[in-house]
Design a protein around this ligand. Structure first.
Ligand code: NDP
Length: 331
């Protein structure tokens, strides 16, 4: 058995040395209510970076020399828990361990016949829920409006843009490579794309891609890309502050525009979003996403890294944009 511990709190971009892979004892006999799980797929997510600091947040920090946890799909190898049987496949927040004992609390059984198992970490998991619930609750998209999404080729962004198209909006994606942008147009139906790494004047590029201005901005990245969007918002625009990956590794905050004048002049709404606050809407959201998948209106892609030991590097690679769609590790 093996586990991955937080070895040091990253300063700037996380490094392999911030993690420690250690052998763990094989798990003991099961007590009543417990089950033995074998990890199959591990989700690596940008938000884990925040949990590696000791700053106060909406979710507790990881402790040094303790296992890191994230969403995992696991097989039940043995069970003394009356709610789960050997052979069941479950998902939930679990430790980065090859095998572990769980009391089953907050774990959900998934159906391998409904969707590939990794999808329960992406389009039918936290990132799909984030895309749908953030867009619907705060973005409030209306047909024929214009939606801009940053981090567009990632797990959340690629689903946000497609939902925008399903609902009849003009959709513009911002991502970090021409190859990703090609995918957004070809595979996901985005109308226009902008490569934020090669475009000199992003404000103008957004104006060109959004002739009627921006009604909804789904922000996954923050920083200068988001500043550029602010110059293009319409009256009564809605801005979903979902993520700020461009700032997660910052050791000092960059200079940024003040958003207040834009919000006032345009009577725009900007609201922070945390998916867990919308748990009561998860069943409805999963129902809708599954339906769209079945109808082939919604498509998704994944970057699958193989091997338990590669979990830390897969996580680090998120900050270099090495993934298209959801980044998962197959153990
Ligand atoms: P992604 O699949 O989008 O992976 C991260 C992507 O971010 C990379 O592929 C890269 O793409 C882009 N990126 C990395 N560094 C930068 C940078 N400096 N500037 C701009 N883009 C960068 O991750 P997720 O879809 O899982 O998450 C997207 C965002 O949503 C994150 O900010 C995350 O924290 C947030 N989130 C928030 C939730 C909530 O409840 N609020 C829940 C889930 C996610 P590229 O090549 O385009 O640079």
């Amino acid at each position: 058995n093996k586990t991955i511990l937080l070895n040091s709190r990253p300063v700037g971009k996380p490094k392999p040395e911030d993690f420690k892979i250690v052998s763990a004892e094989s798990e003991k006999q099961l007590s009543e209510g417990e089950m033995l799980l074998k990890t199959m797929y591990v989700s690596v997510d940008p938000y884990l970076r925040g949990r590696m600091t000791d700053a106060d947040s909406y979710i507790p920090s990881f402790e040094l020399n303790h296992p890191i946890e994230s969403a995992i799909v696991a097989e039940v190898l043995g069970s003394e828990n009356k709610n789960f049987s050997e052979g069941d496949i479950v998902t939930g927040l679990l430790d980065w361990k090859k095998e572990q004992i769980s009391d089953g609390k907050d774990l959900m059984r998934v159906d391998p016949d409904q969707a590939p198992l990794s999808a329960y970490l992406g389009v039918l998991g936290m990132t799909g829920l984030t895309a749908y619930l953030g867009l619907m609750n705060i973005g409030k998209p209306k047909k024929d409006e214009t939606l801009v999404v940053s981090g567009a080729a990632g797990a959340v962004g690629s689903i946000v843009g497609q939902i925008g198209k399903i609902l009849g909006l003009h959709v513009v994606g911002i991502a970090g490579s021409d190859e990703k942008n090609e995918m957004l147009k070809q595979d996901f139906g985005f109308d226009e794309t902008i490569n934020y790494k090669t475009t000199q004047d992003i404000t103008k590029a957004i104006a060109d891609a959004c002739p009627k201005g921006v009604d909804v901005y789904f922000d996954n990245v923050g920083g200068s890309v988001s500043d550029a969007v602010m110059f293009n918002i319409n009256n009564f625009a809605r801005i979903v502050n979902c993520g700020a990956i461009s700032l997660y590794n910052a050791t000092e905050m960059p200079h940024s525009i003040s958003v207040q004048p834009f919000l006032i002049q345009k009577r725009a709404l900007m609201q922070g979003f945390i998916v867990m606050d919308y748990a009561s809407q998860f069943p409805e959201a999963i129902g809708q996403l599954s339906q769209w998948l079945k109808e082939k209106k919604l498509n998704y892609t994944e970057t699958v890294v193989e091997g338990f030991d590669n979990i830390p590097q897969a996580f680090i690679d998120l900050f270099d944009g090495k993934n298209k769609g959801k980044m998962v590790v197959k153990v």
